[in-house]
Design a protein around this ligand. Structure first.
Ligand SMILES: NC(=O)c1ccc[n+]([C@@H]2O[C@H](COP(=O)([O-])OP(=O)(O)OC[C@H]3O[C@@H](n4cnc5c(N)ncnc54)[C@H](O)[C@@H]3O)[C@@H](O)[C@H]2O)c1
Length: 426
């Protein structure tokens, strides 16, 4: 074992000691809940502004600096901080790398990044190198090099990194986490998850030119948004903490929906209707794990249809399927689904029992509240988060690796071990 590997192992050992979202973590939260945490924000578009508002409602949070290249967005965020906290933050908006000038200041502890997704990894690495903890919007990275860069920079700097994967924290998904950990479904061996959500209107600006979301659909192929789907099932299956993803195969239908959308919105002879999008509409990825378990991931973010974001976990004693309900062998009526609500009281997660009311006032089914609360506590206590840098690299790597598999005719491709072997001991 070389020195770099040993260091990576030591660093990822913290993953095993990560906050496991239980009463112990909650007790710590209440002990020091008002110790100030100073957070800078990069990117205050739709998402960054929403997160900023929730974050400012958490105890002890201060926002002394904000960066956005769009002055209107920056001013809007500045006004929000001024209204809630009394003092305006200092703003940074002098071009795409002005965030680095912001990072040079030494009067804040952590940075929340909510810029366009292709910028996340570089900004996160720069944040860690500047000696600040980092919370990154999803996905964490776009390329394999970026995935490794995140893991290594985290290791080298000793700062904390959290992927702000809010979908892990929704009420029912945390209840299922509890059920899995209590062995209700027996030994688990198969999961399904999806991100099927029509975002076609977000691909174009009103004049028909592409937004950054449109550009990635034009230029890339595969599953371009894997973490919302993979996050919850990876937590249920102890990925990186007892098991790990080892390989995947991926396939993709042809790209048709975005062209059809452009014709409907801008006309058949318009420039947008002449654009070629490389990314197919539905991609399906099948992931194999070291413990011979399987995960199927569905991704379609442009077909005209209502959203369908579903999750399934199957074990030797039963199954949870967000579309159908729960079935537990020997407890549920034979061959019959039961409503999930029947198990709510018994298996409600501690987070939701104690802070569900506050969470329910925030977006994404309350996930935004808990993901930000965990991010703030990570920075306040300088400790590893629930969704750490190895999770971010592993889940985000499904994007470049699904592309690689599709380009090789749906061949199997290897998923690297970002934990450096630590997953075995967790
Ligand atoms: N977790 C979730 O549920 C969720 C929901 C929505 C979006 N997101 C993620 O959040 C991120 C932001 O999404 P959005 O909808 O707010 O996008 P957006 O385009 O509305 O906002 C991005 C903001 O970043 C700013 N920006 C761009 N380049 C910059 C730079 N170099 N320096 C500083 N600021 C810069 C833009 O001016 C804009 O204000 C995306 O990565 C997206 O994937 C996550």
């Amino acid at each position: 074992m070389n020195k770099a590997e040993i260091t990576r192992r030591e660093f990822c050992a913290s993953a095993g000691a990560a906050v496991m979202l239980g009463s112990h973590a909650l007790a710590e939260v209440s002990q020091e809940k008002t110790k100030p945490v100073r957070i800078g924000v990069i990117g205050v578009g739709g998402r960054g502004t929403g997160l900023l508002k929730v974050m400012l409602s958490l105890p002890g949070v201060e926002v002394p600096v904000i960066c956005d290249i769009n002055e209107a967005n920056l001013n809007r965020a500045t006004e929000i901080v001024k209204r809630i906290k009394g003092n305006p933050p200092e703003g940074f908006s002098k071009g795409p790398h002005d965030y680095r000038r912001m990072l040079q200041r030494d009067d804040f502890d952590a940075v929340l990044i909510a810029t366009p997704a292709p910028l996340h990894a570089e900004m996160a690495a720069d944040t860690l190198k500047a000696g600040k903890h980092c919370g990154s919007e999803v996905p964490g990275a776009y390329t394999m090099d970026e995935c490794w860069q995140l893991v290594k920079t985290k290791e080298q700097t000793g700062k904390r990194y959290m992927l702000l994967e809010n979908y892990c924290y929704a009420q029912q998904r945390m209840m299922v986490l509890n059920m899995v950990r209590k062995g209700v479904f027996g030994e688990t061996y198969y999961a399904e998850c999806s991100y099927i959500h029509d975002c076609s209107s977000l691909r174009f600006k009103p004049d028909g030119s592409l937004t950054w979301r449109g550009e990635v659909k034009r230029d890339l192929i595969g599953n371009l948004y894997p973490t919302h789907s993979l996050g919850p099932v990876s937590k249920w299956m102890n990925i990186n903490r007892g098991d790990r993803m080892t390989s995947l195969v991926s396939s993709m239908s042809k790209p048709a929906a975005l062209h059809a959308y452009a014709v409907k919105r801008f006309g058949k002879d318009s420039d947008p209707a002449r654009l070629k999008f490389r990314c197919g509409d539905m991609s399906v990825t099948l992931i194999k794990t070291a413990q011979d378990r399987l995960i199927t991931v569905y991704y379609d973010s442009d077909s005209p249809r209502p959203a369908s974001i579903f999750y399934l976990i199957q074990g030797t004693d039963g199954v949870y399927d967000s579309r159908s309900g729960v079935y537990i062998e020997g407890k549920s009526p034979a061959h019959r689904w039961e409503p999930v609500s029947k198990y709510q009281k018994e298996y409600e997660h501690e987070y939701w029992k104690t802070r569900g009311d506050a969470a329910n006032k925030t977006g994404h089914g309350g996930g935004d509240y808990f993901v930000l609360s965990d991010f703030v506590e990570m920075a306040r206590h300088d400790r590893e988060p629930f969704v750490d840098v190895c999770d971010s690299a592993t889940w985000s790597s499904v994007m470049p690796l699904s592309k690689k598999s599709i380009e090789k005719g749906s061949a199997s491709v290897e998923i690297p071990d970002f934990t450096g072997g630590k997953w075995k001991n967790a």
